[in-house]
Design a protein around this ligand. Sequence first.
Ligand code: ZN
Length: 134
Amino acid sequence: MKIKHIDHVGIAVKSIEQAGKFYTEIMGLKIQDIERVAEQKVDVAFLPITDSEIELLESTEPDGPVAKYINSKGEGVQHLAFRVDNIEEALKELKEKGVRLIDQSPRKGAGGAMIAFIHPKETNGVLVEICQRD
Ligand code: ZN
């Protein structure tokens, strides 16, 4: 597969408003947009840095995946996303190599990307996302 660059780092936070202050007021980044991803019960704030971005993830429901993550591990880096040029091919290659996947086929993520997660047991505990943006 062809990895282009780190697309984003997803950070689980209790409050985008509160957590965003560090990135905007101290680090000088800008929140470009906040998007609700209803299927994942999450609000996603995008803070671009050239070709990459920080994504702040705030759960919209107490039983959402990000809320569960914070309950078990606390706030912090939740996943790392690599941009690939062709997600279908990348998934096919991962399957051929016997890599366990959370998503067997691409699904729609925030920001119009197609995304898929690799099982963290394959990656020494890091939740790795691959994504494609056209
Ligand atoms: Zn992501």
